[in-house]
Ligand binder design. Structure first.
Ligand code: ADP
Ligand code: MG
Length: 141
């Protein structure tokens, strides 16, 4: 398996719940390294640019509203099979459908406020990491 990088965002609902540390522990316990991290209070343009692939979806405006409702904590995770591994740790988009023990099952309330974002492909991971982190701010172990 290849060493990959993926972009993770702890969304405003989880930051407000004070569970950043608990979520970061899930990544570390699964063997993923936190290779970069920052907080941000996204503007509407920041959030709309990040979620541009969803701009024609009916939930787009609500998604931008939610992602700008409070600070987010953004990480680059690195490790073997990091993109898929993070998606498994996150669980399904709708926390009601998420497997027991996943981040969304344990910390999310609804499909809107679902605790975390994770890149869904190598191509999108590269785009999303570059959106938030200059390469000099991402380290490899
Ligand atoms: P994921 O975050 O699991 O990759 P998507 O990329 O499909 O999910 O959607 C991006 C985000 O948009 C989701 O995490 C969720 O916050 C929101 N979202 C997706 N589908 C819906 C929906 N049907 N209603 C409301 N919000 C949604
Ligand atoms: Mg997605």
């Amino acid at each position: 398996m290849a060493i990959e990088r993926t972009l993770s965002i702890i969304k405003p609902d989880a930051v407000k719940k004070n569970v950043i540390g608990k979520i970061l522990s899930r990544f570390e316990d699964a063997g993923l390294n936190i290779s970069a991290m920052r907080f941000a209070l996204l503007s509407k343009d920041d959030a709309a640019g990040f979620y541009a692939v969803h701009k024609t979806r009916p939930f787009f405006n609500d998604l931008v509203e939610f992602m700008t409702s409070g600070p987010v904590c953004i990480q680059v995770l690195e490790g073997e099979d990091a993109i898929k591994k993070n998606r498994e740790l996150m669980g399904a988009t709708d926390p009601k459908q998420a497997d027991t023990g996943t981040i969304r099952a344990d910390f999310a309330e609804s499909i809107d406020a679902n605790a975390v974002h994770g890149s869904d492909s190598a191509e999108n991971a590269a785009i999303e990491i570059a959106y938030f982190f200059p390469s000099m701010n991402v380290y490899s172990k």
